[in-house]
Structures are given as structure tokens and as C-alpha cells.
Design a protein around this ligand. Structure first.
Ligand code: FPP
Length: 252
């Protein structure tokens, strides 16, 4: 089990990334429209954010709308847009009081002026907060993130600001979203699917991957605790071998 060297307490992930999957199936099981599943999913978001604040997790990133979700029926796409905006408006004051910093990542070029204003206000209000960083990935995709970074780097090389040799993994990382935050230590996907589905492709390279059959609207603190216990049981080697990690631990 991973324990912090200083306090001998169980190690918590600094950054948790979640694919909140299974809203549609949750609704179907109850003979409800899919939208009811998404609405119930927001309740699960509330529970998880509250638990993360209480547990003093540093960062949580939730995927609320993927680049590929535009392919869903128009009515569902509209509902997801409205639900996100309504949740943001309703919750932002409470989040601010809890010292939570809200950030939205993703392609904003397809969002309406009204959405952009809401997002800007939420980010501005909470920008100086020092508690949990709550990142919502909206119209986000890993391909989009990496492609945007590549375009920026290509343009810098073309303008002579950057040489080709200066392009390193560290530099690419600096052109991605969340460049100022550590990568997720723990990735959670609900509903039994075991895929990354074009989520944070670059950032999840060394994350511990946790999959649960629980559908997202049923996810709460107890499920989060199971994921945290799984994380604490993992040995993270980052390409090294166990003995090397023990050496580092002894000298810490
Ligand atoms: C995946 O379940 C879920 C989504 C695409 C949307 C999740 C969005 C929310 C819970 C609202 C988030 C709001 C805030 C404020 C962060 P699915 O529809 O793919 O489920 P299925 O696989 O069972 O059909």
C-alpha cells in the first residue's frame, strides 16, 4: 500500500479525472428518458465534489461533454448544454464559498456567446480560490487538445520562434490544456466500460486506471472511497523498478 513517507498516512491522489458514464443506462433501467439520467448525474457530481473538498483532494477533472457527443440526438445535445449552464449558475456561489476554483477546458469555438459569458464569470469569480480545483472538460477531446498544441508549435517553428530541436515532451505539455497542473494520478470510469474514449490522452499516460460497474448517477462518496483504496494499493513505478522506489523512499 502506498503511504506518504513523512506521515505514514495512506497516499491520496493529487488529481482525479473521471469519465461519468452510464447516465443513459441508469435512466433506461427506470423507464425514464435519457435526460433524467443526466439530471441524476449532476447530483452525483455534487456528492463527489463535496467529498473531494472534505478529503482535501487538490484537483478533480470531470468530463461533462466530449467532442464526439455532438453526434447524439439534437434534443440530448441541447439538454446537456442547458444542464451544464444551469448547474454552473446554480452551484457557482456555493462552490465559491467552499473556496473551490472552477475551470472549464475544451474547444470553446462551438459554444454560444451566452455560454462563453457564463463560463468567463464562473472562472473569474473563483480564480483566486485556493481550495479544490474543479475542472470541467466541456466539448473536450484528447485529439483536440493534442492537435491544438501541435498547431501552436508548428506555427512557432514556422515563425522562427522555436527550433525543431526544442520540441520535447515537456514543451508539448506546455502547449496543452492544464499545463500548470499535475497529470491525473487516478482515472475513474463508471458503468463498466474500460476505455479512455479520447479523454485526456496525453495526461493519462501514467495514471492508475480504475473501472467500476456502478452507473454514474449511483456514484457517491462510498464509491469514491473504493477508488481511493484501489489507488493506495498501487505501486507507481513510472518506468523504474520496485527496488529503485524503495531507495528513493529510504532517502526521503
Ligand atoms: C455519459 O453517460 C454522460 C455524459 C455524456 C454527460 C455527463 C454530464 C453530466 C453528468 C452533467 C455534468 C454537469 C456538470 C456541472 C459537471 P451516457 O449518456 O453515455 O450513458 P450511457 O452510456 O448509459 O448511455
Amino acid at each position: 500500500m502506498q503511504r506518504s513517507s513523512k506521515e505514514n498516512s495512506v497516499v491520496l491522489p493529487r488529481h482525479i479525472a473521471i469519465i461519468m458514464d452510464g447516465n443513459g443506462r441508469w435512466a433506461k433501467q427506470r423507464f425514464l428518458p435519457r435526460t433524467a439520467g443526466h439530471k441524476a448525474g449532476v447530483e452525483a457530481v455534487r456528492r463527489v465534489v463535496k467529498a473531494c473538498v472534505e478529503k482535501k483532494i487538490e484537483i478533480i477533472t470531470l468530463w461533462a461533454f466530449g467532442s464526439e457527443n455532438w453526434k447524439r440526438p439534437k434534443q440530448e445535445v441541447n439538454y446537456l448544454m442547458e444542464l451544464f449552464m444551469a448547474s454552473l449558475s446554480q452551484e457557482i456561489k456555493k462552490l465559491h464559498k467552499q473556496n473551490v476554483q472552477v475551470r472549464i477546458i475544451g474547444d470553446r469555438s462551438q459554444l454560444t456567446e451566452n455560454m462563453l459569458q457564463h463560463i468567463a464569470q464562473a472562472e473569474k469569480l473563483t480564480a483566486e480560490n485556493t481550495g479544490l480545483k474543479f475542472v470541467v472538460a466541456f466539448n473536450y477531446g484528447g485529439y483536440w487538445d493534442i492537435t491544438t498544441a501541435c498547431k501552436q508549435i508548428a506555427s512557432e517553428v514556422q515563425r522562427g520562434v522555436l527550433t525543431v530541436d526544442a520540441v520535447t515532451p515537456e514543451l508539448i505539455r506546455q502547449r496543452l490544456t492544464l499545463k500548470d497542473l499535475p497529470d491525473p494520478d487516478l482515472f475513474i470510469r463508471s458503468s463498466g466500460e474500460q476505455r479512455l474514449s479520447n479523454f485526456m490522452l496525453w495526461h493519462l499516460a501514467y495514471s492508475e486506471l480504475y473501472f467500476t460497474d456502478v452507473l454514474w448517477p449511483d456514484f457517491g462518496e462510498a464509491e469514491l472511497d473504493k477508488a481511493l483504496a484501489f489507488f493506495a494499493s498501487r505501486e507507481r513505478r513510472f518506468g523504474c523498478i520496485s527496488e529503485q522506489l524503495e531507495e528513493v523512499e529510504q532517502h526521503a
